[in-house]
Design a binder for this molecule. Structure first.
Ligand code: FO1
Length: 341
C-alpha cells in the first residue's frame, strides 16, 4: 500500500510519527507493507542570516529521526545558542528568531548544497540519508514561494480607513507577533509559476491513500494546495483522500490556526474546515474527514456535503495515541474506498 501525507511542521511531524508506527504495527501483525511519502509545506521557508531555512521540513526530519526538541516543539534536542548570541551582537538575522548551533549545521549544509546547484528536493534527499526515517519527505515545491502575511498596520494610531496595509514574512507574523496582528490575507508571490516538486504529483496520483495531517489548514495545507497542479493531482488520484481535523471542540489543537482561519473567513470549527476543503464530488479535495469524538454529532451533517465523516480521539499525547489516530484515518480511508469514492 502506498500512503501519501500532506503535512506542515510540528502537528504534521506528530501525525507522521504515529502513522509510521501504525504501519509498522499493522505489517508486524500480518497486514500489507506500506510506504509513506510526506509532501511538506514550504511556505514557512525563508532566507535568514545568509542561510536557507525550511522549518517544516526540518521539524519532520528531526522528529522522525528522534533528535527534536520535544518541549519547545521545534529545533534540535540538546541545543546550544552560542552562534545565535554572536549573530545578535553583529545585528544579523532577527533577534527574536533563534538559530540554534546544531540547527545551524543543517542550514549551512542545505545552503552549501543549494549553492552547488542542488534543488531543495535533492538537498532533502541528502539530509534524509543521515537518519533512516522510514518515510520519504518531499518539499511540496522546489520553487521559493515563501508566505507573506498582509496585515492592517495601525501603528499611526489613526485607525479606520487611514490604517495602511503592509506585508511581512510569515515567520515574523507567527514568531515575533504570535499571530496577534490581525491578518487580512496570505500571499506566496510567484506561486503561479511554481510546480509540485519532482515526485510529488506522482506520489499523490500513485497513492492508495492520501491523508491530510491535522496541520494548519491555511498556511500549511492551504499553501501546499495553492501550488498549481496540486489540486488537480488530488482530484484525479484513485486514492481515497481523508483529512484529519486540526480543530477539536471549536479550538485549535496547537499553534494559532484560528488567526489564520479568521483571516480567510472560515470558522474555527471542524465542520467548517471540512467544508473549506470541500468534497471531491463537488470539485474539492476530500472524500473523508476524521473529527474528534467531541465533534461527532455535528460532523454527521457533512454527509449532505458528500464528505464521509468518522470520529476518533484526535489528541496526540504520545506515540500510542498518535498511532491510534493514524489507524483511524487509514480505517476511514478503507471505508471510503469500499464505498467506491
Ligand atoms: N519558533 C519560535 O517560536 N521561535 C524561534 O526563535 C524559532 C526559531 C526557529 C528556527 C528554525 C526553525 O526551523 C524553526 C524555528 N521556529 C521558531 C519554529 C517556526 O517558526 C514555526 O513554529 C513554524 O514555521 C510553524 O510551523
Amino acid at each position: 500500500m502506498r500512503i501519501t501525507v500532506l503535512a506542515g511542521g510540528v502537528g504534521g511531524a506528530r501525525f507522521v510519527r504515529g502513522l509510521r508506527e501504525e504501519v509498522r504495527r499493522r505489517s508486524e501483525a500480518g497486514g500489507a507493507e506500506a510506504s509513506v511519502d510526506v509532501v511538506v509545506n514550504t511556505g514557512d521557508d525563508l532566507w535568514l542570516a545568509g542561510v536557507r531555512l525550511m522549518p517544516d521540513f526540518d521539524s519532520l526530519l528531526y522528529a522522525l529521526a528522534g533528535v527534536n526538541d520535544t518541549e519547545r516543539g521545534w529545533g534540535r534536542a540538546g541545543e546550544s545558542e552560542r552562534v545565535a548570541a554572536e549573530l545578535r551582537e553583529w545585528g544579523v538575522g532577527w533577534p527574536w528568531f533563534t538559530l540554534g548551533d546544531l540547527d545551524l549545521g543543517t542550514h549551512l549544509a542545505r545552503t552549501s548544497w543549494l549553492r552547488e546547484g542542488l534543488t531543495p528536493t535533492e538537498v532533502g534527499e541528502r539530509l534524509q540519508r543521515r537518519w533512516p526515517l522510514g518515510v520519504t519527505l518531499r518539499p511540496a515545491t522546489d520553487t521559493e514561494v515563501d508566505t507573506q502575511v498582509e496585515v492592517v498596520d495601525d501603528s499611526s494610531g489613526a485607525g479606520g480607513a487611514s490604517a495602511g496595509r503592509r506585508t511581512m514574512h510569515f515567520q515574523e507574523w507567527w514568531t515575533r507577533y504570535r499571530a496577534a496582528i490581525p491578518a487580512v490575507a496570505f500571499h506566496q508571490p510567484g506561486i503561479e509559476q511554481a510546480r509540485p516538486a519532482p515526485g510529488v504529483a506522482e506520489a499523490i496520483r500513485g497513492a492508495d491513500v492520501v491523508l491530510l495531517a491535522p496541520s494548519n489548514p491555511v498556511v500549511s495545507i492551504g499553501t501546499i494546495l495553492a501550488i498549481p497542479g496540486m489540486r488537480e493531482a488530488l482530484r484525479e488520484t484513485a486514492a481515497s483522500v481523508v483529512g484529519v481535523s486540526p480543530i477539536i471542540g471549536g479550538r485549535v489543537v496547537r499553534g494559532m490556526a484560528d488567526a489564520c482561519l479568521s483571516a480567510i473567513g472560515v470558522d474555527t470549527d471542524a465542520d467548517a474546515v471540512a467544508r473549506h476543503y470541500g468534497s471531491r464530488v463537488t470539485g474539492g479535495i476530500l472524500d473523508g474527514w476524521l473529527v474528534d469524538d467531541a465533534d461527532a454529532a455535528a460532523a454527521e451533517a457533512l454527509g449532505t456535503d458528500a464528505i464521509v465523516a468518522a470520529a476518533a480521539p484526535l489528541w496526540m499525547h504520545d506515540l500510542d495515541t498518535s498511532a491510534a489516530l493514524a489507524g483511524a484515518a487509514l480505517d476511514l480511508a478503507a471505508v471510503v474506498g469500499a464505498q467506491g469514492r
